[in-house]
Ligand binder design. Structure first.
Ligand SMILES: Nc1ncnc2c1ncn2[C@@H]1O[C@H](COP(=O)(O)OP(=O)(O)OP(=O)(O)O)[C@@H](O)[C@H]1O
Length: 254
């Protein structure tokens, strides 16, 4: 198994709060890895550190053999890393199609100068539109392509966010609480989609998730944090009855 993403000894501090304390995490190519842990465990901080939104005070992050900490957040799309957010980060006032197209801009070839000159931009825009439609088709939401995102059902917006992340052809997709707020049926469908992304498209996934049944059903490996530290890690079968994990979620039995 090849490690696509590896965090070693990552420590993050916010003033006096140590949000991550020497955290290690390895995500293997072609696998689904889940990052779990109770509230405040450091999951979002770990995601934000990988996304280069938060700077660790020490440690290393390797992506596809390169030093990720030397790269800027704006480079992640080009490197092949995409993410979704816990509280959907879609643009109100833009249509579903436009929101999805935004996800590919980091990979556009024309660039600002080309766009200003106007030459290959029109062709690129047509191609981008076609790709965005194809993504909407993949998620079964072409009927809302020209609707403003505002007011659409939450399950639809989650699909739009996924489509936007995937249009950049990521190698690694980071999903922050993808099942949060979804109905039972939507969660089941999401699980099928994520497995298809792994199996049919070879995408590696790292997700932060509280929905334990969902996590245990689709993940190849699970890493649990507690109080900013590595608690346990292993396969879902190995962790299902972990006393450490049960204690972290439920508190010390009296
Ligand atoms: N910007 C910040 N400033 C100060 N403290 C922060 C900041 N962000 C996170 N923290 C603290 O760092 C710790 C880890 O928080 P984090 O949000 O990463 O946990 P989490 O596991 O994602 O929690 P949840 O499941 O509730 O989203 C917490 O103690 C939190 O209060």
């Amino acid at each position: 198994m090849t490690a696509l993403l590896a965090l070693e000894d990552i420590t993050v501090r916010f003033g006096g709060v140590t949000a991550l304390d020497s955290v290690a995490l390895t995500v293997h190519e072609g696998q689904i890895c889940a990052l779990i842990g109770p509230n405040g465990a450091g999951k979002t901080t770990a995601f934000n550190t990988i996304s280069r939104l938060v700077r660790p005070v020490s440690g290393s992050i390797t992506f596809a053999g390169g030093d990720l900490l030397r790269r800027h957040a704006a480079d992640l799309g080009k490197l092949g890393i995409a993410r979704t957010f816990q509280n959907l980060a879609l643009w109100p006032g833009m249509t579903v199609l436009e929101n999805v197209m935004v996800g590919r801009h980091a990979r556009g070839r024309t660039g600002l100068a080309g766009s200003l000159l106007g030459w290959p931009a029109a062709r690129e825009d047509r191609e981008l539109r076609a790709r965005a439609y194809a993504m909407l088709d993949y998620f079964g939401i072409t009927d809302v392509a020209h609707r403003d995102c505002t007011g659409l059902p939450f399950g639809t917006l989650k699909r739009v966010e996924l489509a936007r992340a995937l249009i950049g052809d990521p190698r690694l997709l980071l999903l922050d609480e993808p099942a949060g707020g979804l109905t039972h049926g939507d969660v089941r469908e999401l699980g099928e989609i994520l497995l298809r992304l792994r199996d049919e498209h070879g995408i590696t996934l790292l997700l932060v998730e509280h929905h334990m049944q969902f996590v245990m059903g689709i993940s190849d490996s699970v890493v649990a944090l507690d109080f900013g530290r590595n608690l346990v890690s292993g396969t879902p079968a190995e962790l299902r009855d972990s006393p450490l994990l049960i204690e972290a979620y439920l508190g010390t039995p009296v």
